[in-house]
Design a protein around this ligand. Structure first.
Ligand SMILES: C[S@@+](CC[C@H](N)C(=O)[O-])C[C@H]1O[C@@H](n2cnc3c(N)ncnc32)[C@H](O)[C@@H]1O
Length: 441
């Protein structure tokens, strides 16, 4: 497709005649405040300018359509308090720098081609999702976005939809440098990432903060599809011990880097393996895999890691991974303890919440002990919601196929009776808190 030429900046040079008030210099700032809403307002311009060489007066510029002769009685009264004011006009020289990206594109794009309204920024990268009719103009659109956003050095357009395992999409640079490594800051946490190689979505910032704030300092978290660490690293900063895993070696690499950048090496341990294997490794499930990619120095304790939360943010398929919990828990280690809360993300499309719960139970291979809490994260597309389903691993699922002693059965029964109603993430007992400190058998 033919590409648009670079932006024709000269097309924006023009002189506009503005109504103005000539007022004594000393009265000018006060009058400007009182006439707010009527004064000239354009990026990179001032509404108070010199009047030739005169020092005793200034020109207060008004918006193009304002007629000072037709001011309301209240505004007339404000003006009457200023001595020696008069109405005049001023020729304002405008050029490219004075126009917003939206105004420039509205002028340069052909009629019928919609101006892109927004983009996601990831550090120095602007990420667009252009429509087919905008594609012939992608170079122009990219250039204008760079010109008007000084922190942007690379503009990319998404090609196709995300279908691969690592949730990374193909992209093309439509303006600026081929530089995909960047840094983002969220709630005081730094994340370095290569946008062309790992999953990142700035729109999940609120969700990351919501879930992390529901964890208690001291709790242990298993982040099974951790990406570059937007749950894991803040949770580590929050005082949690986090076992964080991602299958994508590039994500695992940046996860480890972000752990260092944010000095949470004592709190967050990164892994690079399949999520199912990771669950069974942490829980020391007999017959579970012992993959080569276990971080040096990590040996699951006998009976497994006792974690309070499992985070599974791979909405397209995380529910299918729930089978990893079935029969994975060591009865001796977990009897009498609260089983973990699982926070599994999923999409809901032409389904009811009851359908979603049925899917969760089918993947677990057993009924939930209590109704889950379901949080709507965001509208992904018309009729497609992203949800976070929070539930406690059911006892029958956790210990399925495992032999429980008489004493373990009694403890389990007791635990079930004291567990209380539906799980609410923020009220879950911390490891080390009285509710979590049940004796191990
Ligand atoms: C939607 S992203 C979420 C990443 C991160 N938790 C976040 O909130 O930004 C899903 C992640 O799951 C990872 N993933 C895909 N398949 C996986 C698997 N079988 N085991 C572990 N991680 C997997 C992808 O590489 C990707 O980083």
């Amino acid at each position: 497709m033919a590409q648009q030429p670079a932006v024709d900046r000269a097309a924006f040079k023009q002189v506009i005649k503005l109504p103005a008030l000539r007022v004594p210099t000393k009265a000018c700032n006060d009058l400007m405040r009182k006439l707010r809403g009527f004064t000239f307002d354009l990026p990179k311009t001032k509404c108070i300018v010199h009047d030739g060489d005169r020092q005793d007066v200034r020109l207060l510029l008004l918006s193009q359509k304002v007629d000072p002769q037709a001011f309301s009685p209240e505004l007339q009264a404000v003006l009457q308090q200023v001595e020696g004011w008069e109405v005049c006009s001023h020729d304002m020289q405008l050029d490219y720098q004075h126009f917003t990206a939206d105004a420039v594109l509205r002028k340069l794009l052909p009629e019928g081609v919609e101006v892109p309204t927004s983009f996601e920024s990831i550090g120095h990268i602007a990420h667009l999702n252009l429509r087919p009719e905008q594609l012939p103009h992608k170079a122009l659109i990219g250039q204008v976005i760079m010109d008007k956003n000084p922190t942007i050095r690379t503009v990319v357009n998404k090609l196709g939809s995300i279908e691969n395992e690592y949730r990374v999409f193909d992209m093309e640079v439509i303006a600026g440098d081929q530089a995909f490594e960047t840094e983002v800051s969220q709630h005081g946490v730094r994340f370095r990432l290569d946008f062309s190689k790992v999953y990142w979505n700035s729109r999940l910032e609120t969700e990351h903060a919501r879930l992390v704030s529901s964890f208690q300092p001291g709790e242990v978290v298993a982040d099974i599809m951790a990406g570059i660490g937007p749950f894991a690293v803040p949770a580590g900063k929050h005082g949690c011990k986090v076992y964080a895993n991602d299958l994508n070696p590039e994500s695992a690499k940046y996860l480890a880097l972000n752990v260092q950048l944010n000095r949470v090496g004592a709190q967050v341990l990164p892994f690079n393996m399949d999520g199912r294997q990771f669950v069974r490794l942490l829980l020391a499930t007999p017959g579970g895999p012992v993959p080569a990619a276990i971080p040096p120095g990590f040996r699951p304790p006998p009976g497994g890691v006792l974690f309070q939360h499992a985070v599974m943010n791979l909405p397209a398929s995380a529910v299918e991974f729930l089978d990893a919990f079935r029969g994975a828990f060591d009865p001796a280690s977990w009897a009498g303890r609260q089983l973990p809360l699982v926070h599994v993300y999923t999409f809901m499309k032409s389904e009811t919440e009851a359908d979603v719960i049925t899917r969760v139970e089918a993947a677990l291979g057993g009924k939930l002990d209590e109704p889950p809490s379901i949080h709507t994260v965001r509208d992904v597309a018309p009729n497609k919601l992203m949800l976070c389903v929070t539930f406690r691993v059911p006892q029958a699922v956790a210990f399925a196929g495992r032999q429980l002693s008489q004493q373990q059965q009694e403890q389990q029964q007791q635990q079930q009776e004291t567990q209380g109603p539906a799980p609410a993430p923020a009220t879950h007992a911390a490891e080390g808190s009285p509710a979590a400190k049940k004796p191990r058998t």
